[in-house]
Design a protein around this ligand. Sequence first.
Ligand SMILES: N[C@@H](CCC(=O)N[C@@H](CS)C(=O)NCC(=O)O)C(=O)O
Length: 296
Amino acid sequence: MSDPSKTDRRDEPYVPPAIWTWEQDKGNGGQFANINRPIAGATHDQALPLGRHPLQLYSLATPNGVKVTVMLEELLALGHSGAEYDAWPIQINDGEQFGSGFVEANPNSKIPALMDHSGPAPIRVFESGAILLYLAEKFGGAFLPSTQPQRAECLSWLMWQMGSAPFLGGGFGHFYAYAPTKIEYAIDRYAMEVKRQLDVLDRRLADSPYLVGEDYTLADIAVWPWYGALVRGLLYDAGEFLQVQSYTHVVRWAELIAQRPAAKRGRMVNRTWGPEHSRLPERHDASDFDKVPKAL
Ligand SMILES: N[C@@H](CCC(=O)N[C@@H](CS)C(=O)NCC(=O)O)C(=O)O
């Protein structure tokens, strides 16, 4: 049962005070109330685990995490054995992104974070878009066109994804699925923007098999876990609400990528929820996938 004092408080028109203050007990942080804070930095000492491969990924199978695991699995499928990696789950609902080791890997305290121990000193990479670029460059420009205009198109769609997805996740997803009260103004605003973004993709994919052209690139790898999942009805249970099936070119593209073995594997890594056959919470070797129970 909800606390009536909190309900009453929300029913009153809100007038922002002169100075916003953090009231930890206010209880209006919704599903993320226990982890959201207005300050950065570590809350506790917690070293990161370290596996045997040079590449250590600290992540979770949210769309931002899946971008990186799909990229790594695609690199391995291309024959880049140096892309072998250990993937460790970071439980963001339990605040593990605020552990001291994770904050050293990513001062922004969000998954995914990558550590590369292959050189004389470890290199940290945070922000999923930066990780995709880092991996492409490390492995000879894989999935990143080297000539123009394809390279510009690829980087443009990558940056588009990084700028657009917060409206889908932090805007639409938050207010439609997670916010403790449904606010029509907020849902209207973000549903409108997400439908506009889907139309941007649909028009592009009407002209081109992949975002950059004939070839699958890291732009597709960045966009697919968000907008591909949305049109496949896998995000926020919002398929009907947003009429995602009407974006037929995005659906065609999303289904095509979903068939790729590396995309299937990438979706499983660091997944700690859902049916058993769909998850591999920790990945340390390609053979780990063989240990996952098959779907019935
Ligand atoms: N721009 C970042 C966003 C990363 C991000 O928002 N990660 C979420 C999960 S999808 C997270 O770690 N949230 C935990 C938190 O906000 O405390 C990226 O693309 O890497």
